[in-house]
Design a binder for this molecule. Structure first.
Ligand SMILES: NC(=O)c1ccc[n+]([C@@H]2O[C@H](COP(=O)([O-])OP(=O)(O)OC[C@H]3O[C@@H](n4cnc5c(N)ncnc54)[C@H](O)[C@@H]3O)[C@@H](O)[C@H]2O)c1
Length: 406
């Protein structure tokens, strides 16, 4: 039996995949409302194919509870934010979850940390609390790190097809966990030590952050001298060993905009490139703001309420708004005391910011400039409704004549 602890964007689909594959699963979250919703058969976020997976996991007997339950294996998928001042990981959720497992676990249990953690987190924060409580690691409990790589929007496919890293102290325990994950994962799984698993996950997201920062810096250079950054990247990528990602309005979400900070926090003297990349990506919402200002000036628009931001989430076709570039842009506007900008997102039904619309057509009617911040399929299917508007396209998805780009 498996206890999946933390039923958010990562824990819930993972728990459902295990259950659908025939593993007995208890999903645990300390958020009572979230658990009540799942118990009532209502999903807590939108994701392609999640409804069907949920139905099949429920048919296979998955249970949801706020109580940690005795199991052979505990999979911890709780948040791992960074501390804004020090940039270091804040391990409090992981530590608290592990403490709760220790309250109930039986001898020989395996604790797998799935959350993304900075290299050394298990040594620095997890082992000491286990030892302080009198458990012998390797006998009373075993530790494993199984970082997750899936991308929201394509989670279910990727859970089955992405390769995985399993970091462990003891290869036999690692092998057991490999067998457990192979109930649904059909890809390669590498068994390594815990610190290498911690580091490789953080490195993967840092690599992407740096590559995006490079594309964003190119966008700024090309803007200055009126070159087409998309055409240039497309051409450069025809080189067999060049693969530049796309520029955009910034980087958000709980991964790429967070994990590189762990390295900056722990290795400040050695992370010039990583730090610069973070700064470049964090500067993009302000850059978009500058583009909006230019367009307003050019078209003699003085009233910011004539501007509408399409998209509040951090990426297309998901409902996750954490660290989203649009929210960063709105924050920057607040700092400049510029209020009244409008926004709309088909995935964000509850109002989370001032000026947010619930109706797309009304939103479009009420603005003169539409800023495409997110490339949801919804806008691609409704692009013709933007005819006659001034458009700033930060995602290179609009081919209407006269569209402004980044
Ligand atoms: N979201 C992604 O795209 C993604 C991708 C790969 C890896 N990750 C990593 O996975 C981890 C989880 O991220 P997420 O996006 O699923 O977070 P989330 O905020 O969506 O979900 C975390 C859940 O854990 C619960 N929780 C927190 N502390 C708890 C505790 N002590 N006991 C029980 N429940 C507790 C919260 O109530 C919440 O429901 C993070 O380390 C993240 O970096 C996320």
């Amino acid at each position: 039996m498996v206890n999946v602890i933390g039923l958010g964007y990562i824990g819930l689909p993972t728990a459902l995949m295990f259950a659908t594959s025939g593993v007995k699963v208890i999903g645990v979250d300390y958020n009572k409302d979230l658990v009540a919703s799942l118990q009532a058969g209502k999903l807590t976020f939108e994701e392609e194919g999640l409804d069907e997976l949920f139905a099949s996991a429920v048919a296979n007997g998955i249970e949801f509870t706020t109580q940690y339950t005795k199991s052979d294996t505990y999979i911890v998928a709780v948040p791992t934010p960074y501390v804004k001042e020090s940039k270091k990981i804040d391990p409090c959720y992981v530590v608290s979850a592990v403490n709760s497992v220790l309250d109930i676990c039986e001898k020989g249990s395996i604790i797998c940390i799935e959350s993304t953690i900075s290299p050394g987190t298990i040594d620095k924060f997890v082992r000491p609390i286990i030892e302080e409580r009198g458990f012998v690691i390797g006998q009373d409990v075993h530790l494993v790190h199984t970082p997750e790589r899936i991308i929201p929007g394509n989670m279910i496919y990727e859970l089955e097809h992405n390769s995985r890293t399993i970091g462990c102290d003891d290869k036999e325990v690692g092998q057991k966990i490999k067998e457990l994950y192979s109930s649904f994962c059909k890809a390669d799984m590498i068994i390594t030590d815990i610190r290498s698993a911690e580091m490789s996950k953080v490195v993967e997201n840092t690599f992407r952050d740096i590559n995006i920062a490079f594309a964003n810096e190119l966008a700024k250079i090309c803007r200055q001298d009126n070159m087409d950054v998309y055409e240039i990247i497309k051409t450069a990528n025809m080189h067999p060993r060049v693969n530049i990602l796309q520029p955009g309005p910034g980087v958000g979400g709980h991964c790429i905009s967070v994990d590189p900070w762990f390295l900056v926090g722990d290795y400040p003297a050695l992370t010039n490139l990583i730090w610069e990349a973070r700064k470049i990506n964090d500067s993009m919402p302000e850059f978009v703001l500058g583009r909006i200002r230019e367009i307003m000036k050019k078209h003699n628009i003085n009233d910011v309420s004539k501007v509408g931001l399409y998209g509040l989430t951090y990426k297309e076709n998901v409902d996750d708004t954490r660290e989203s570039p649009t929210l960063q842009l709105l924050e920057a506007m607040d700092e400049h005391l510029a209020f009244g900008i409008k926004s709309y997102d088909p995935f964000v039904k509850e109002p989370i910011v001032d000026g947010q619309y619930g109706d797309f057509d009304k939103f479009i009617d009420d603005v003169e400039i539409v800023v495409l911040m997110v490339g949801h399929s919804h806008i691609k299917e409704n692009m013709d409704k933007l005819q006659g508007k001034l458009i700033l396209d930060t995602r290179n998805i609009c081919s209407l004549k006269g569209t402004y780009k980044l």
